[in-house]
Write a protein that binds this ligand. Structure first.
Ligand code: PRX
Length: 628
């Protein structure tokens, strides 16, 4: 079937199309209805059906591939490589599930996972799914304030953690940050289960903290039956940034997600059971949820979890793993490729990459030089794909399993099956034609696998995502885009204050709120500016309360962000200024700040109250440029 016919059917006949895709997973109880959309924009997929993500990822493969490797956990930080067959993974997940149950975790309870990239994190996610508990993984790079706000929102019964992660050869303590976060949070978890990796010392809180190794010993032979849950049962919450300072809990179902992931493995990623997938992301991000953990395992593939940088012990490490584990599907981000591009190209040609069929890249714009370089270096298709935490799987891609359409540089391709994508004029809501810039939107229903709602806040789901385009109930991606005559989309940046640093999505308002907490800050604006390596970096402009005390202020503000949000959110610079460009009504004109910082013309600034402010800021930046 051609891509065109395939996509058309998915939109015109969702029941037939998704009914077919649903056969890719196991249903304990068949669903009664493919799509229930009587209450837009809330879509319910496969109502009446019962299934389980853990069963589909693990148990289902025991009959055919019990002794096949399911998970390889590689750490170039601790020099450990651990492989688990499906049978071994099954045992570990059962032990973890038994620990959860023994400590009172039940179906529907939340379990927050704050862990580095180690096998136990995978066991924890699958164990939650097994018993119908809802996991909420928080990226290990986030610090205590970020963690505390997520604890308060998700109200977890238990938190699973490790005492430390590791990066660039140094241990990164997790436990003190977690203790501080729990201290800050108003809702306290009953238990903290800690995997002790022997990397750092830590303090144990009696009665609350449990040692994983000791607990595991108690449950070595336990088997925990799968909890069959409704297709619409919440599998997880994953927080992501938006326009406000408060992160949104993206809530996902079970059945729709499993079907969407299985379908995407078949039609987009083209991975086959028995093969290996290597996704270089982190379980703290959506790419990690979907393509490190669930999709490869659901599809009977081995997955590689990697802790470390792409450069240690040398820049050949990822390709060495491709050779060693005969990786056939690899998934990374443009920033990582730009990092590798700076290294000796010999690292890439040194290893046998014959098993690899394609390299998938997502999370940020893929620039032409990077795409051409990596394509030339590995001589495999490089498949850009565009999506969001909210959608859970690609919205735009060349769907090689359907039809191998030509790639176009700078474009992630065409709408994936199930996505009815539109380009709209942001002020009139009118649908635009080819070669006109507009907001990328999706006509409801969102396909299976996409967010169900914002955790605990249906109103926010509707108002944030569905009511931004005048006169229409339609999902906004908050990305600008353009479509060419062949229907290929090009992404032109965000319409909101979300920035993308090294493929990591950050909200500038969260950074502003953190900086504002410093006693000597009266006003702050944070914007994202272009960066050759990371795509974007954040920079701040702060007005001090006491202009006499600014010698160390920039460093103090960076430290504030480090300790509250994590180093990942630290701006590249915070300029200390005396005024910010504002409209007459007092709104900070962030767009003008961004333009000036990027060395561009700020455009029409006639609405600005004091036009000299921008000129002053321009001089300050020119005298102290942002270093890449
Ligand atoms: O702005 C788009 C950008 O990343 C945002 C979503 O980030 P996140 O929620 O972290 O999910 C990443 C999942 C891969 C989008 O709104 N983005 C993502 N992929 C691309 C992209 N921008 C350009 N090209 C892409 N391929």
């Amino acid at each position: 079937m051609s891509y065109k016919a395939f996509h058309e059917r998915s939109i015109k006949d969702p029941d037939g199309f998704w009914g077919d895709q649903a056969k890719l997973i196991h249903w304990e109880k068949p669903f009664k209805k493919v799509l229930e959309y009587s209450n837009p924009p809330f879509a319910k997929w496969f109502e009446g059906g019962q299934t389980n993500l853990c069963y589909n990822a693990v148990d289902r493969h025991l009959a055919d591939r019990a002794d096949q490797v399911a998970l390889v956990s590689v750490s170039t930080e601790t020099n450990q490589e651990r492989a688990f067959t499906f049978k071994e993974l099954y045992s570990e997940v059962n032990r973890m599930a038994a620990i959860l149950k023994a400590n009172g975790v039940q179906k529907g309870d939340r379990v927050l996972i704050y862990m580095p990239m180690i096998a136990e994190a995978c066991f924890a996610m699958l164990a939650c799914a097994r018993i119908g508990a809802i996991h909420s993984v928080v990226f290990g790079g986030f610090a205590s304030h970020s963690l505390a706000s997520r604890i308060d929102d998700a109200k977890p019964k238990m938190i699973i953690t490790a005492e430390a992660g590791a990066r660039g050869g140094k241990a990164v303590p997790y436990k003190p940050l977690l203790d501080e976060a729990i201290e800050l949070a108003t809702v306290k978890p009953e238990k903290v289960l800690l995997v002790n990796r022997g990397l750092t010392e830590y303090t144990t809180i009696q009665g609350r903290d449990l040692d994983y190794a000791a607990e595991r010993q108690k449950h070595l032979d336990d088997l925990v039956p799968v909890e069959w849950v409704d297709s619409t049962h919440i599998s997880y919450i994953l927080y992501t940034s938006g326009t406000t300072g408060k992160p949104k809990g993206v809530q996902r179902d079970t059945g729709g997600y499993a079907v969407a992931l299985a379908a995407s493995m078949k039609h987009i990623f083209c991975g086959n059971p028995g093969e290996t997938m290597f996704t270089t992301s982190d379980i703290g991000w959506v790419v990690g949820h979907s393509y490190i953990i669930y999709a490869p395992l659901i599809n009977g593939m081995a997955t590689i979890m990697y802790e470390g940088t792409p450069l240690r012990p040398d820049a050949g490490i990822w390709w060495q793993l491709v050779e060693k584990y005969k990786v056939s599907v690899m998934f990374s981000a443009p920033t990582a490729i730009r990092v590798l591009k700076k290294q000796d190209p010999a690292f890439l040609t040194k290893y046998d990459l014959s098993s690899l069929r394609a390299l998938f890249l997502a999370g940020e714009p893929l620039d032409e030089p990077t795409a051409s370089w990596i394509h030339g270096a590995i001589n495999k298709p490089v498949v850009d794909n565009y999506w969001q935490t909210e959608t859970g799987w690609p919205m735009l891609a060349i769907q090689r399993g359907v039809e191998v359409m030509p790639h176009k540089f700078g474009s992630p391709g065409v709408p994936s099956f199930g996505y009815n994508m539109k380009l709209l004029d942001d002020s009139t809501g009118v649908e635009l034609g080819a070669n006109e810039k507009g907001v990328i939107a999706i006509e409801g229903p969102l396909p299976p696998g996409c967010m169900q709602t914002v955790w605990g806040d249906d109103k926010r789901f509707v108002s944030t995502y569905w009511e931004t385009i005048p006169g229409k109930l339609i999902y906004s991606t908050f990305d600008w885009g353009i479509k060419d005559d062949d229907g290929y989309f090009f992404i032109l940046g965000r319409t909101d204050d979300v920035i993308n640093v090294a493929g990591h999505r950050l909200g500038t308002r969260e950074i502003e709120e953190s900086i504002s907490s410093h006693p000597n800050v009266s006003e702050i604006a944070v914007v994202g500016i272009e960066d050759k390596l990371k795509g974007q970096v954040a920079i701040g402009f702060a007005i001090p309360k006491d202009a006499g005390k600014v010698d160390t202020l920039e460093a103090e503000l960076m430290k504030t962000v480090d300790t509250q949000l994590g180093a990942i959110a630290r701006p590249a610079r915070v300029y200390i200024v005396t005024a910010l460009p504002k409209t007459r009504s007092g709104k900070i004109v962030r767009r003008a700040l961004q333009a000036v910082a990027e060395g561009r013309d700020p455009g029409d600034i006639s609405t600005m109250e004091d036009q000299a402010v921008l000129a002053q800021i321009k001089t300050i930046i020119e005298e102290n440029p942002v270093k890449s």
